[in-house]
Design a protein around this ligand. Structure first.
Ligand code: ADP
Ligand code: MG
Length: 733
């Protein structure tokens, strides 16, 4: 079988390539593309195609790809949208392996464009992979391929890859990152993603040996489920840094019109990041800073920071930034403190963590022993250095003729490098612009040289405390991610269906509406190991009395009708019924309420069930996201939760870790642990229950929505007293 993912090599490492839409006019996009490839040094076989013209930039112009006397790995198409289907059909005939469609004017532009794009999708089904349309294509130094304008992009390969739907941002992000010293293995601007999408590219780049860091500017996703599953599978193996935009209402609307992608709601993406441990970057700077961090420290880092500062004031800024990023500054051990006292004067310093060494230009031997002492402490995971004058020019401004010599200055720069090597612990430097007096361009140039020197030695340099600690927090998250629990690999429907599946299939076969009643829902749920109060259907008062006698008082009575999903809203629930008289009265009242408040509803009867003891009311629900599929919700039941929206979401399938974490994520978790006289509930049991619900959802794709509201939780166990399942429209005939 062909490896569909490995085939994407054709987009990045083509041996032969045709540019379609290259007129003799050198201003045409196609001609600029060829020029960029020549400037960049494309080593493969290159062909130009156009409907007219003879020669361009020394290349013969072929009328069609079919006329090219060579095999083609890739065709890059830049002709007006309406001509693209015909050209793509020629490519299929020619057995071209991959096509990049750079032209715009497709689904992002309106109905006509959407139709043309649908045509492309159909043609792709005949055996060609398409990137785009409406994109800039790929940049890959190893393949000698670049985007337009990218003829002058670095030819040196790096360890980062970037994918973005947007062409302009792929170019913008890479350009900004180049300035920070980042080099790329592969960049893809994949536009409207009509065929090749983010999930394909993620999988390809996770498997790509040249890519160690994955970054993306992400508006929306085409295949959320696969993107999610792939990201989760590679958690902790390669950093996945996502600059996710469109998380606000207006941002989402802009994204929808931009690349025709749905941006997804905030809680959906919250679940995504929590379950995959992908790194969420809020801004371009954060993405670049984190990328710089991983380039120097590919394994990530621990959370315990030792901050060494050449001056006191900023230590507070550092400590604040450290803590708000979720990192720790552990206090010095008595031994470390004693050793530091030996080398530092008692006045003008502050011997604790953060450490103020007083002098921003410390004597070499003193600086050396300070860092040695801090690095050798087993309380230190990372050494962060701030406000040390690594700049000769700054030293001269501050110290005039007493400034150290160039040799001494170089020796100062070497100290952190040697410490990093000797102790094998990450060293990070904060080198703010103000130390170089921002307006002085010479000093800024020198700052860059210092930054590059450290970067070459795998020491990341940041502009301020906030940016440094934010990036470090992501490096620490990555290290934790390697222990993320993986979901079991299994298909949705088992070969021999479970009893629950069989019962639901039976219900579906005879169902006349997609809404199941409480009795049906509970029959199914019970088989998945969910404890329920069993409702018994009564068609008359006498039926109800009989049922209550068998069940034992007290009981609850509820209306049974597929049209009435919120039973108490119409007066269809009576609780705490203790006698036959109560039952008679309740029966009459419920029937009347149903007639008055839900006149059109088909009433199947009234159910009678055991009234359970008081406990903590919780809710477990499931709904489907258009991109990511089923997601389970957990929260506190009752009306308050609707106002507070104190709920947590996770995509199916849940792992044990997902279940544990989602319960602890809700603010009401403290109530579950027991609070002021209210006893604790059986949290372990609820964790298991969430997994059972997840299993039920996995096995029954026809379920569109479901909820257990309330689930009543006790010190031991929990019971579902109400249940609701709605099937997909298509599932019911
Ligand atoms: P709906 O949500 O359709 O209005 P429910 O079946 O959830 O109807 O009933 C409403 C409320 O009645 C529940 O939130 C719960 O507090 C209570 N209740 C329902 N069934 C039982 C039961 N078997 N035992 C105890 N309380 C119940
Ligand atoms: Mg309910």
């Amino acid at each position: 079988m062909k490896d569909k993912i490995k085939e994407l090599d054709n987009f990045f490492l083509p041996k032969s390539m045709a540019i379609v839409g290259v007129s003799e006019a050198l201003t045409s996009y196609g001609a600029r593309y060829i020029q960029a490839l020549l400037d960049f040094g494309f080593k493969g076989r290159l062909y130009a195609v156009n409907h007219n013209g003879e020669n361009v930039l020394g290349f013969k112009i072929y009328r069609s790809v079919l006329d090219i006397p060579d095999e083609l790995d890739l065709a890059s198409i830049c002709v007006p949208a309406r001509f693209t289907p015909d050209i793509l059909r020629d490519c299929v005939k020619k057995e071209v392996k991959a096509a990049i469609i750079l032209s715009a004017g497709f689904s992002e532009a309106g109905e006509e464009g959407r139709e043309t794009e649908n045509e492309l999708i159909k043609i792709a089904g005949q055996g060609i992979r398409i990137m785009g349309p409406n994109c800039f294509g790929t940049y890959c130094p190893k393949g000698g391929i670049t985007i337009v304008p990218g003829g002058g992009f670095p030819k040196q390969s790096g360890v980062t890859s970037l994918i973005a739907q947007s062409g302009q941002l792929s170019e913008g992000i890479t350009s900004r990152s180049f300035g920070e010293g980042i080099r790329y293995s592969k960049v893809a601007s994949y536009g409207n993603a009509c065929n090749l999408n983010e999930a394909d590219l993620l999988e390809y780049l996770m498997r790509d040996e040249d890519t160690k860091i994955f970054t993306s500017y992400l508006e929306g996703v085409r295949d959320g489920r696969r993107f999610f599953a792939t990201a989760r599978k590679y958690a902790g193996k390669k950093p996945i840094i996502l600059w996710k935009v469109g998380l606000t209402g207006i941002g989402a609307a802009a994204a929808a019109s931009h690349t025709g992608s749905l941006a997804g709601s905030v809680s959906v993406w919250d679940a995504f990041f929590r379950q995959t441990r992908a790194i969420k970057a809020g801004t371009l700077e954060e993405m670049i800073d984190t990328n710089v961090g991983f380039t120097c420290l590919p394994q990530g880092c621990g959370r315990r920071i030792s901050l060494v500062s050449g001056g006191g004031a900023g230590t507070v800024v550092g400590a604040d930034a450290c803590e708000s990023a979720g990192l720790i500054m552990p206090p010095l051990t008595p031994e470390t403190e004693a050793k530091l006292r030996e080398v530092l004067p008692p006045t003008g310093t502050s011997i604790k963590n953060p450490l103020d060494i007083g002098n921003p230009h410390p004597p070499l031997s003193q600086f050396q022993s300070i860092l040695e002492t801090v690095a050798s402490s087993d309380q230190t995971d990372v050494i962060v250095i701030r406000r040390i004058f690594f700049s000769i020019k700054v030293s001269e401004i501050f110290s005039g003729t007493t400034a150290p010599s160039r040799e001494e200055q170089q020796a100062l720069l070497d100290i952190p490098v040697n410490i990093k090597k000797r102790f094998n612990k990450p060293v990070v430097i904060i080198l703010p612009e103000e130390i170089t007096t921002v307006e002085n361009i010479d000093l800024e140039e020198e700052r860059r040289q210092i930054r590059d020197f450290f970067f070459k030695n795998n020491i990341p340099v940041y502009l301020n405390e906030h940016r440094a600690f934010t990036a470090l927090s992501h490096l620490a998250e990555f290290r934790d991610a390697s222990s993320l629990e993986q979901a079991p690999e299994r298909s949705g429907i088992a070969e021999t269906p479970s009893k629950g599946r069989t019962i639901l299939s039976g219900i579906i076969k005879t169902a006349s509406t997609p809404v199941l009643d409480e009795i049906q829902c509970k029959r199914v749920m019970k088989e998945y190991g969910i404890k329920v109060t069993k409702p018994v259907l009564a068609k008359s008062k006498d039926d109800a009395i009989d049922a209550a006698r068998r069940i034992g008082f007290p009981v609850v009575m509820k209306i049974v009708s597929p049209q009435i999903t919120h039973k108490s809203d119409i007066g269809g629930v009576r609780v705490g019924l203790k006698s036959e008289a109560d039952i008679k009265k309740a029966y009459k009242e419920i029937m009347k309420a149903a007639k008055d408040n839900a006149p059109g509803a088909v009433i199947e009867g009234i159910s009678v069930q055991k009234m359970t003891e008081k406990g903590l009311e919780l809710v477990i629900g499931m709904s489907k996201d258009p991109q990511f599929g089923p997601m389970i919700m957990f929260g506190l039941g009752g009306t308050l939760v609707e106002i507070l929206k104190d709920v947590a979401f996770r995509f199916v399938p849940l792992t044990g870790q997902d279940a544990r974490e989602m319960i602890r994520q809700v603010k009401a978790y403290r109530l579950l642990e027991g609070y002021r006289g209210q006893p604790p509930v059986d949290i372990k049991y609820i964790e298991e229950l969430l997994l059972k619900v997840s299993r039920m959802i996995e096995e029954n794709p026809e379920i569109k929505e479901m909820d257990i509201n309330p689930l009543i939780a006790y010190g031991k166990g929990a019971v579902a007293v109400d249940a609701r399942i709605i099937l997909e429209e298509g599932a019911v005939r």
